[in-house]
Design a protein around this ligand. Structure first.
Ligand SMILES: Nc1nc2c(ncn2[C@@H]2O[C@H](COP(=O)(O)OP(=O)(O)OP(=O)(O)O)[C@@H](O)[C@H]2O)c(=O)[nH]1
Ligand SMILES: [Mg+2]
Length: 320
């Protein structure tokens, strides 16, 4: 039986509906929010997310969250102009897990994720997973592309425990958020790192070679008292509608160096006269990186992107 009126600081490890899992390396508890907190105080869409530090008190054997500590940072995903999704809080690193095969992660996914991570003020780390499924040449091509841009890149295989050691050394003592398409091996990595089947995993589809969206809740897992890994549900794309044009251009190292020659800071006029845009339109840019940037600029400059389900809703209304 828990002792009443004991106040402790915990981290939110999972959110499901009105309930929260809060804990530390030694214990995980189920908690609810203090009534007052639910109704007021935090004028935000997602005031309590995985990674938030909270004070909780045990009242009549039940844990109640009393207060949230100030956030160091938070990760945002915005795919729809009217909805901003806070993915998690207080992270030191974001590991973008890009699978080399089954499924093959597109470079556009990596570029978008890098942009979102930069914007949050954290540093991306790119992990090319399932290296056991492709040959050395293919791995080198991918790695060199992103290393030459200055990013930290590591190839890993969850079938080879030795291949994850360097990554484990880098994230020791840190909180790291894992992001990637469904099926790239995020949860498999957590199970390998913890040497336990803590997260459910599932085979990729034999027909589409894509994952089956096995992980449905963002979950923080302690590797030791100071190292936390955050598993997340697979995503198709990291929505970046919260970025301005200048913020986006600054996430490309090959463009941001041109900013020094701009007359005005934070101008980034797409109508001409911007050194970064001129570089983007020049032949010196890598064709795939150029495509990624153009697609991202298009996203953030369109008022509203129609998705398949919006079009279906529209057709349905017209038929009625
Ligand atoms: N060959 C190979 N298969 C792997 C590797 N890592 C994971 N897998 C397999 O890939 C499949 C998907 O792995 P998961 O860990 O469930 O992928 P996930 O990224 O957590 O997927 P979601 O939870 O859907 O986002 C499983 O069948 C794993 O066994 C790897 O390094 N090599
Ligand atoms: Mg998973």
């Amino acid at each position: 039986m828990e002792k009443d009126n004991v106040k402790e600081k915990f981290i939110i490890t999972k959110v499901y509906g009105a309930y929260y899992e809060i804990g530390n390396f030694h214990e995980i508890k189920r908690a609810t929010l203090k009534g007052k907190l639910r109704l007021e105080e935090y004028n935000e869409r997602h005031p309590f997310v995985v990674g938030d530090y909270v004070d909780a008190e045990c009242c009549n054997g039940d844990w109640v969250i009393q207060k949230r500590h100030k956030r160091k940072n938070h990760l945002i995903r915005k795919s729809n102009p009217v909805d901003t999704h806070v993915l998690c809080a207080n992270v030191d690193r974001v590991a973008i897990i890009a699978s080399l095969k089954n499924p093959e992660t597109k470079d556009g996914f990596i570029d978008r994720s890098i942009a979102a991570v930069h914007h949050s003020g954290t540093t991306p780390l790119i992990l090319f997973s399932k290296k056991d499924l492709v040959d050395e040449n293919e791995i080198s091509l991918k790695i060199n592309k992103y290393r030459s841009l200055g990013y930290e890149v590591l190839p890993i295989s969850n079938n080879d425990p030795g291949s994850i050691q360097e990554f484990l050394d880098i994230i020791d003592g840190k909180t790291t958020y894992l992001v990637g398409n469904s099926g790239v091996g995020k949860s498999s990595f957590i199970n390998l790192a913890t040497k336990k089947a803590v997260q459910k995993i599932n085979e990729v589809s034999l027909t589409t070679h894509k994952g089956k969206h096995t992980t449905t809740n963002t979950t923080a897992i302690f590797l030791n008292s100071s190292t936390i890994l955050i598993d997340s549900p697979g995503i198709k794309e990291w929505g970046i509608l919260h970025l301005s044009v200048s913020e986006l251009l600054m996430t490309f190292p090959e463009l941001s160096t041109k900013m020094d020659s701009c007359l005005l800071s934070n101008c980034c006029s797409t109508e001409g006269g911007c050194e970064m845009i001129e570089e983007l339109n020049s032949d010196s840019m890598d064709v795939d990186r150029k495509k990624s940037m153009q697609s991202m600029l298009f996203s953030i400059q369109s008022d509203y992107r129609l998705r398949a389900d919006d079009i279906n809703k529209f057709k349905y209304k017209r038929r009625k």
